[in-house]
Structure formats: C-alpha cells, structure tokens
Design a binder for this molecule. Structure first.
Ligand SMILES: O=C(CO)[C@@H](O)[C@H](O)COP(=O)(O)O
Length: 214
C-alpha cells in the first residue's frame, strides 16, 4: 500500500545525501500520512543509495510496524513523539549537516545574522539540551524547545527540522546548513557580530510569508 508515498519518502531521504546534509547512513526523513495515524520512515542503517520505495517502513503512532520487512529508524519514537504533540506537522527530518552540527556541539542557539535566516527561522535556531538516542527523549527536546523555528540544533548531535510538508522540512534543513556555513565563516573573521534586530527580522519574515515565490 501507499506505493507513491513510499517512493516520495524514499526520494526525500536520498535528497539528504544529495544536498550534503548526511554521510554514510546517518539521518532520516519521515512523513505522517494525513488523516490516518500512520508514519512512513526510513529503515535503520541502510545506505542511502540502496533505499527503495519497498524498503520504507510504515508504523503506527505506537511505533508498531504495520508494513515493511526492515527495522525502522532508531529515531522513530522521537519522530512519533513530535507527531503526537504537533498536529499540523507532517514531516520530521534529522541530519548531521556539518556546519549546523558544529553549532550544535557548541550548545548555543544560532541567532539570525542574514535575511534568509530571518525569513525561515525568525529570530534564531534554538539549541536543545542533550538527549539520548533510541527513545522519545529527542522528540521531547524538540517539542519543548523548537518554538517558532522549523529547525532545532540537538546538543552534541545534529539537526532536526519539522514541516507541514516534506518540502518545507527539507527546505529548512538545506537553508539551515547554508545559514550555519555563512555564520561560521563570518564568526571566524569577527567573533562579536550583532544578529539582525527584531524589527528587521519581523520585516523579513512578513515579506517572506506574504510576497515570496509564486
Ligand atoms: O544520529 C542518529 C541517531 O539519532 C541517526 O541519524 C542515525 O545515524 C541514523 O539512524 P537510522 O535512521 O539509520 O536508524
């Protein structure tokens, strides 16, 4: 069942690698099917090049495998925690993108220094506390700390993004890495840079939400 959606989630997972956001088998994409409590997620520890629509795993919100021969991602319970606590969210993405993860290691929020960051993340990308892998602890950190940003840095680990659609969660993951790269180089040149003012951030975000794109 859901062969088209399985293909879509499979391709979204491959895009993590195509965009340089993950290496080896790190990271994952999931999607909650609208109207029913079923989530499609990457299988655990499978090379991105070997992922197929058929290898995607479908689970219910209790984490039971409904369809699929492989074990779901180790982060499944945390993805499910997000879906159970954020009704409008239909996609959760995890990456270890390098520049963003370097800020996650530092353990502090990443303020918005560029107009693009303000468009997507508003004031900052928050950083969570440390969370263990394998249960819902990461999910709890996401829900408690993500605020109005679609992305969060997970302390000493990597990145999670969320969205009403896969495209929105993916875009947040790609733009976060771009933002972190530029901030990294700017902070090397000058460690004391003021982030954008609240006024400019609000202007950028309003303009982006009302006028950008088709
Ligand atoms: O960092 C972690 C664990 O949270 C993951 O990104 C794994 O590296 C990928 O796990 P699978 O999704 O393949 O189980």
């Amino acid at each position: 069942m859901y062969s088209e959606l399985r293909e879509e989630i499979c391709q979204a997972n491959k895009k993590l690698k195509d965009n340089g956001l993950v290496r080896w088998t790190s990271g994952n994409v999931s999607y909650r099917i609208p109207g029913i409590n079923r989530v499609i997620i990457k299988p655990s520890g499978v090379d991105f090049d070997d992922l197929t629509a058929a290898s995607m795993v479908i689970v219910n919100l209790a984490g039971e495998v409904i369809e699929g021969d492989l074990k779901p991602s180790v982060d499944t319970e945390s993805h499910l925690y997000v879906y159970k606590h954020m009704e409008n969210i239909h996609s959760v993405i995890h990456t270890h993108s390098p520049f963003a993860t370097s800020f996650a290691i530092r353990g502090r929020d990443l303020p918005s220094y560029t107009t693009t960051a303000a468009n997507i993340f508003k004031h900052r990308v928050p950083c969570s506390g440390f969370a263990s892998i394998g249960g819902e602890e990461i999910g709890r950190e996401i829900v408690q700390n993500i605020g109005e940003s679609p992305a969060i840095l997970l302390k000493n680990h990597g990145v999670f993004t969320i969205g009403e659609s896969i495209d929105k969660a993916l875009k947040a993951a790609v733009i976060l890495e771009e933002t972190a790269e530029y901030a990294f180089y700017a902070l090397l040149q000058e460690p004391n840079i003021d982030p954008l003012s609240s006024e400019i951030i609000e202007q950028c975000n309003d303009f982006y939400l009302t006028s950008y794109g088709q």
